[in-house]
Ligand binder design. Structure first.
Ligand code: EPZ
Length: 443
C-alpha cells in the first residue's frame, strides 16, 4: 500500500514524531461492482499452529496477507520450522523442529500464537509458551486450554508469565481423555482437538465450540490423516494416531470479512456482490440484515448480492456459533446507528467489547451504554469526524460508519485494521469508495 504524505502547517518548533498512518474517508458515495473475500484469518492462524502436527512438509493456500499471519509465521519459524511464502500460499517444513520454547517477544505480539501449545506438546512432549496478554476487548484467560491439557496427562506449571507443560512417562505421549469445556471456547476447542490428534487413545470434547473455523481446522487435520468426528457440533471425538502426513490445504473464505462487506452495502444503501462466501457460515448475519430490511440474494452457490430496501431497527445478541458472531458486533452496530427506531446490542462473549460506542457518538450516533448493552436510537445521518480505532473489529466498524457519513472522516489506529483485513481500503476503493491511506507528517 503506497502512503502519500499530506502537508500540514505544523509549527517549526514542534518535535518530529514518527509519521502516523491514517485513513481519510469521504462519505456519502454509493458502492457498486463485486468484492473478493480473502481466506479466513481465524482459520489460518489455528491451522498454521496445526502445521506443527505434521511430520513432513505441508502447504496452505488461500492464506490472507495480514500482519497477524506474518506474526504467527514468525512464531512458528522461531521453533525451527522452515517457511516458504509465495502469493497466497505458505509451505511449512516441520521435520527439523529445534525447540519447544516460543519467545516472549513474538508471542506477546499475537494472542493466537498460544494455540501452538497443543501441537507442540503432542509432537515434542513439552512446550514453553508465554501467557498471552489480555487485549482491548477482555482479559482473554487460557484456563480452559490448561485444564484440558492437564486432563490429557500434561503437567502444567504457570510461572513468571510462562506456561510450562511437559508430558511424563516413557513415551512422553498425551493420553486421550473426556473433557467438558465450561464454555464453548474456540481457542480451547482448537488447542485440545490438535493435541488429541497425536494422543494415545480417544479424546471426547464436550460443550465444544462449533465455529466454521473449528471445522476448517478439523478438515485440515483429517487431510493429514487424523481421525476426527463431530466437529461443527458441541461434541467432538478424536482418535489419536502416531503421525500425520503432508497435505495441500485451502483455507475457507473469511465469513467475518464477508459479513463486513455485506454491512457496508446495507449502510451505504448500495447494491454489489460479495464472493467467494459459504452462505451457511453467514446465516446469523444474513438473518439480522434481512430484519433491518436489507435483502440478501444468493446469485450463485458461493456469491451473495445486497439489495438494500431502507433500514429498520433490530436487536442483536452475540453468542457462540451458530449465534450472532461477536466479531460482527461492532460492524453491525455501525449500521444500527442509522436504522429507524431503537435497537439493542448485547455483547455476551467478551467483557469489554464496546469501545467503538464512544467513537460512533463523535460521529453523531445516539447510543446509551449500560454495561454490555448498547441502546441505539437511529439518526437520519452520521457526520464525518476524527476518530480512533481501538481494536480490529472497531476499526472496520468505523470505516463502515465513515463510508455512510456526511463529510470526511480521519481514522487513526489503522494498524488495528491491518492485523485482520487484507487490503480493506483497496477493496472498498475498487467499489467506488473515496478512501485513502495517508501518512500524516504531523498529528
Ligand atoms: C477466537 O478467540 C477468535 N480469535 C476471536 O476473534 C473470536 O472473537 C473468538 O474466538 C470468539 O468467537 C481467533 O480465532 C484467533 P474464545 P478465542 O476462547 O479463541 C473465555 C477477531 O476479532 N475464555 O472462544 O480467544 C474468553 O475470555 C478475534 O478476529 C475463558 O474464560 O475466543 C471469552 O470471554 C477477536 N477461558 C470467551 O471465553 C479460556 O481458557 C470466548 O473466548 C478461553 C476463553
Amino acid at each position: 500500500m503506497e502512503d502519500r504524505t499530506i502537508n500540514t502547517s505544523a509549527p517549526a518548533t514542534k518535535t518530529k514524531t514518527t509519521p502516523e498512518t491514517i485513513l481519510k474517508i469521504e462519505g456519502g458515495h454509493q458502492l457498486s461492482g463485486e468484492i473478493r473475500v480473502s481466506g479466513a484469518k481465524n482459520s489460518a492462524l489455528a491451522i498454521i499452529a496445526g502445521t506443527l502436527l505434521c511430520s513432513e512438509e505441508c502447504r496452505l493456500t488461500n492464506v490472507p496477507d495480514l500482519a497477524d499471519i506474518k506474526r504467527m509465521g514468525d512464531v512458528i519459524a522461531s521453533l525451527g520450522v522452515a517457511i516458504k511464502a509465495e502469493s497466497g500460499s505458505l509451505d511449512f517444513d516441520t521435520r527439523h523442529l529445534s525447540t519447544a520454547e516460543a519467545p516472549y517477544e513474538l508471542v506477546s505480539k499475537l494472542r493466537a500464537s498460544f494455540f501452538i501449545i497443543g501441537p507442540l506438546l503432542a509432537r515434542m512432549g513439552e512446550a514453553k509458551v508465554p501467557l498471552p496478554g489480555g487485549c482491548a476487548i477482555g482479559a482473554r484467560p487460557v484456563d480452559l486450554h490448561v485444564r484440558g491439557l492437564r486432563a490429557m496427562g500434561a503437567e502444567v506449571l504457570i510461572e513468571h508469565g510462562v506456561v510450562q507443560a511437559t508430558v511424563k512417562g516413557n513415551r512422553r505421549r498425551l493420553q486421550g481423555a473426556k473433557i467438558y469445556l465450561d464454555y464453548p471456547s474456540v481457542g480451547a476447542t482448537e488447542t485440545l482437538m490438535m493435541a488429541a490428534t497425536l494422543a494415545e487413545g480417544q479424546t471426547i470434547l464436550e460443550n465444544a465450540a462449533q465455529e466454521p473455523e473449528v471445522v476448517d481446522l478439523a478438515n485440515f487435520c483429517r487431510s493429514m490423516g487424523a481421525t476426527i468426528i463431530g466437529d461443527g457440533s458441541n461434541k467432538i471425538v478424536i482418535q489419536g494416531c502416531d503421525r500425520l502426513h503432508s497435505t495441500n490445504y485451502p483455507i475457507i473464505p473469511d465469513r467475518i470479512e464477508a459479513g463486513t462487506f455485506l454491512v457496508a452495502g446495507a449502510i451505504t444503501q448500495s447494491e454489489f456482490s460479495v464472493f467467494p462466501v459459504v452462505p451457511d457460515h453467514l446465516r446469523p448475519v444474513i438473518a439480522k440484515l434481512e430484519s433491518t430490511g436489507t435483502k440478501v440474494i444468493a446469485d450463485a452457490p458461493d456469491r451473495l448480492r445486497l439489495v438494500p430496501q431502507g433500514l429498520r431497527a433490530t436487536d442483536i445478541e452475540t453468542l457462540p456459533y451458530p449465534g450472532f458472531p461477536t466479531d460482527m458486533q461492532a460492524q453491525f452496530m455501525a449500521l444500527l446507528t442509522l436504522c429507524e427506531g431503537t435497537s439493542v446490542v448485547t455483547e455476551t462473549v467478551f467483557e469489554n467489547r464496546m469501545h467503538h460506542v464512544a467513537e460512533f457518538s463523535r460521529m453523531g450516533a445516539v447510543i446509551k451504554l449500560k454495561g454490555n448493552n448498547a441502546i441505539i436510537n437511529g439518526v437520519p445521518f452520521l457526520s464525518g469526524a476524527p476518530v480512533m480505532a481501538t481494536d480490529l473489529r472497531a476499526s472496520a466498524a468505523l470505516v463502515l460508519a465513515a463510508l455512510a457519513a456526511e463529510g470526511t472522516t480521519i481514522m487513526r489506529g489503522v494498524h488495528h485494521m491491518d492485523r485482520g483485513y487484507d487490503n480493506l481500503e483497496g477493496k472498498f476503493k475498487a467499489l467506488g469508495a473515496k478512501i485513502e491511506r495517508l501518512t500524516a507528517t504531523d498529528i
